[in-house]
Design a protein around this ligand. Structure first.
Ligand code: ATP
Ligand code: MG
Length: 754
């Protein structure tokens, strides 16, 4: 008999809830109620007193998910869930267990968990002590390797020759061991240790293992497709005795392989736990038929998947919209307008999300939302202008614009590291106080005195010379150009390049995005004022807000209205995925697209821009291949450029200014944009000379100058329309008769001579 409070679940869900004994695998698509079933299962166990809350181990993917589950189970059990000590993420549960057994791995129970910064400092010192060249073998690289080893459950002794070779010509194992020893001496551990130490304890101490096997009468795991090896091994040990383990997941939503997750874990569950009951859920309760069909059609392009059926009996809704816009600012403006419209129609901002592929993409939306006063929150990351690398860059600019900005100077006098320590800073402060001048001015004087050791004096003098020059540059070049020089000459770029971690690529992207943002401001002062206003603009806590987050962070969540901007090749799928990973990482990107679309309950809007601007140069972009893969029947496409036709299909007006229509449709910003461009053109700033990153699929860039090397009758190739013959030329526009696409007018720099 199914109790009444479980009646709202469907039959397979009820089965997953009621089959409390023995292993259960719930493998099902997005929005089918996996998490809901897991929550009810937990509540059921507690209500039926099959176990005390303290006898249940329940793992969620994020702390937020853990909080939500705790709350829901509380409601379902009528508040009976006071203590549920073992409900949380792998990390939080690991940390808690380790406190009780710290001494078994040579720690005390009050051990500290160090963060990434501390970890890097430690490694750096070790690298130096051991005479390894940290330019060739940076600390970040070693940190990345150690993380990976820990994710795979490998202790130093477990490394094979290949792993050992991967750092400093065969010194990986030695350095890993030294690092672990150092941590122990400090009574500390890093995040990776939380589970690895516990796995070691469970393996080496039978009594401890048995006590936990006895304790945990039931084990529940959400998002199982994204567990890594060490998590998997740890769970398997704990569940081996009673085997009352229920895992839920979706192979199509495995999106964390870059962090060591192995989708194979879910696929071999039935082998690890013979006789496991498999529950399939096929009814989706979240999304309209259109959204579901779009997502299902897209993921069908992946070859490595189990494949499953999904259906919904929710009423029919709108088609998934695919909107092509001119550029990123228009994308943000359009999203802002759509959200304002939703608001007018009575939607709550809490039910609106913008999901981006990369952190840097949030900037354009933040700027726009600030401008129109739309409250937003960034989940799972900092707001753009609060990110460390952005603050560093801004600090440089502030010192240039305002030499008396002590806070800014203090932030960057030794960032990147120049060997100026706390002692030097103290001296600078003393001198500044004594002479009543700003820190930077005091530094300059000290560089010319005997107060400091010669090396520090030289370093400061050089830095101050840089600042003098940059101040001169600020007069002569655009703010964005200035920043590019600053980042290069200060060594900041080099620091990021030397840093081979995955975050450093994101930091570099953020800095490129910052330069893009600056292009809209004629002077440094204008830009800094804008930033100050943005930073100040803090939405109230009790206000409804739009959520902006990465697709990765949105896993497991749902919103009525979802906007998915930047569906362009090299943005999504990301350039890194295309360059590095081959088919496997392309398929992971596609799974991410599937996760993103299936977050939407009622409306899903996908967007792509025809142009992205990089260092003052426009680059044309191609819509993501994922756009093409969406099933046409469930999609409604719209291009906002020049009244429904894309720019290069449109006939040109008399105006020679290719941006004319852009500014027309953007009166609020054209004034900010205009002078920058005019100045760039007037000073002969050749946009083609600007650095363009290697970009295989869309290398075309254009300046508003006609080309001289293309003649009437020439055979040319155009990225979008293919081969054709030039029939006419007018300014920088060419009329081309394409073999397949017919006659079009296109911008000359989009074609190459065939
Ligand atoms: P994801 O794969 O994205 O994590 P999921 O399978 O965990 O999705 P849930 O988040 O549990 O799905 O459920 C999706 C939505 O469907 C939720 O709003 C949930 O409340 C609702 N739901 C789940 N089961 C039912 C049901 N039997 N009847 C009605 N609504 C349901
Ligand atoms: Mg879920």
């Amino acid at each position: 008999m199914v109790p009444e409070w479980l009646q709202r679940l469907n039959a397979p869900q009820q089965q997953a809830v009621m089959t409390t004994e023995g292993p259960v695998l719930m493998l099902a698509g997005a929005g089918t109620g996996k998490t809901a079933a897991l929550t009810h299962r937990l509540a059921h166990i507690v209500r039926e007193r099959l176990a005390w809350p303290s006898e249940i181990l329940c793992v969620t993917f994020t702390n937020k998910a853990a909080r939500e589950m705790r709350e829901r189970v509380g409601k379902l059990t009528g508040g009976a869930l006071e203590g549920m000590p073992w409900l949380g993420t792998f990390h939080s549960i690991g940390a808690k267990m380790l406190r009780r057994h710290a001494e078994l791995v040579g720690l005390q129970s009050n051990y500290t968990i160090i963060d990434t910064d501390d970890q890097l400092r430690l490694l750096k010192a070790l690298i130096q002590d051991n005479d390894i060249d940290d330019k060739r073998w940076p600390a970040r690289q070693l940190a990345g390797l150690i993380d990976r080893w820990k994710n795979r459950g490998l202790n130093p002794a477990d490394l094979d020759a290949v792993e050992n070779e991967s750092y400093a010509n065969g010194r990986g194992q030695e350095m890993y061991r030294l690092y672990q020893e150092r941590l122990k001496a400090l009574n500390a551990c890093d995040f990776g240790d939380l589970l690895l130490h516990m796995l070691n304890v469970l393996k080496q101490h039978r009594d401890v293992l048995e006590s936990y096997q006895k304790r945990f009468k039931y084990i529940l795991v959400d998002e199982y497709q994204d567990t890594n090896a060490v998590q998997y091994l740890w769970l398997r040990l704990l569940a081996q005795e009673r085997k009352n383990i229920c895992v839920v997941g979706d192979d199509d939503q495995s999106i964390y392989s870059w962090r060591g997750a192995e989708v194979a874990n879910i696929l071999r569950f039935e082998k690890d736990f013979p006789g496991a009951k498999t529950v399939k859920l096929e009814q989706n309760y979240r999304s309209t038929p259109q959204i579901l069909a779009a997502a299902s059609g897209l993921i069908a392009a992946n070859s490595h998947r189990l494949g499953k059926t999904l259906w919904t009996d929710l009423p029919t809704g709108e088609k998934v919209r695919v909107i092509g816009v001119w550029d990123a600012p228009e994308e943000a403006r359009r999203v802002g307008e759509e959200i304002e419209r939703l608001e007018r129609e009575g939607a709550s901002l809490e039910q609106v999300a913008i999901l981006v592929r990369a952190q840097y993409q949030t900037r354009e939306f933040e700027d726009r939302f600030i401008q129109i006063g739309l409250a937003y929150r960034i989940v799972g990351g900092f707001r753009f202008y609060e990110r460390a690398e952005i603050r560093d860059a801004l600090a440089y600019l502030r010192v240039i614009a305002q030499p008396a900005d002590d806070l800014a100077f203090e932030r960057i006098y030794n960032q990147p590291k120049r060997g100026l320590g706390a002692k030097t800073l103290e001296k600078m402060h003393q001198h500044a106080r004594r002479t009543q001048q700003p820190l930077a001015a005091a530094a300059l004087e000290l560089a010319d005195s005997d107060e400091l050791p010669a090396r520090a004096r030289g370093t400061i003098a050089e830095l101050m010379r840089h600042f003098l020059r940059w101040r001169g540059m600020a007069e002569a070049m655009t703010p964005s150009e200035l920043l590019r020089n600053v980042l290069e000459e200060s060594g900041y770029d080099a620091m990021l390049k030397a840093d081979r971690s995955s975050e450093s690529a994101g930091r570099a992207e953020n800095l490129v995005e910052l330069q893009r943002a600056m292009e809209e401001y004629p002077t440094l002062g204008d830009f800094l004022e804008h930033v100050a206003l943005v930073m100040e603009n803090d939405a109230r806590d009790d206000e409804e807000k739009v959520t902006i987050m990465t697709m990765h962070a949105a896993k497991g969540l749902e919103f009525d209205h979802v906007f998915l901007p930047g569906w362009e090749e090299n943005v999504f799928p990301s350039q890194r995925a295309l360059d590095e990973g081959g088919l496997a990482s392309l398929e992971e990107e596609r799974r991410l697209a599937y996760v993103a679309i299936t977050r939407a309950r009622r409306r899903c809007t996908i967007m792509h821009a025809a142009n992205r601007r990089i260092f003052g140069t426009w680059q044309s972009s191609i819509p993501s291949r994922f756009v093409d893969e969406l099933p046409a029947d469930h999609i409604e496409s719209e291009t906002t450029m020049t009244g429904g036709r894309s720019l290069w299909q449109a006939n040109w007006s008399e105006s020679e200014d290719p941006f004319a229509h852009v500014s027309q449709s953007r009166p609020d910003r054209s004034s900010a944009r205009g002078p920058g461009w005019q100045r760039a053109l007037a000073t002969g700033y050749d946009t083609k000379q600007a650095r363009i990153p290697e970009n295989k699929r869309s290398a075309a860039s254009f300046a508003a100058k006609p080309r001289t090397d293309v003649e009437i009758g020439a055979r040319v190739f155009h990225e979008k329309f293919g081969y054709g013959e030039v029939m006419g030329q007018e300014g920088n526009k060419l009329e081309i008769e394409f073999d397949k696409a017919g006659t079009k007018r296109v911008i000359d720099s989009f074609v190459t001579l065939a």
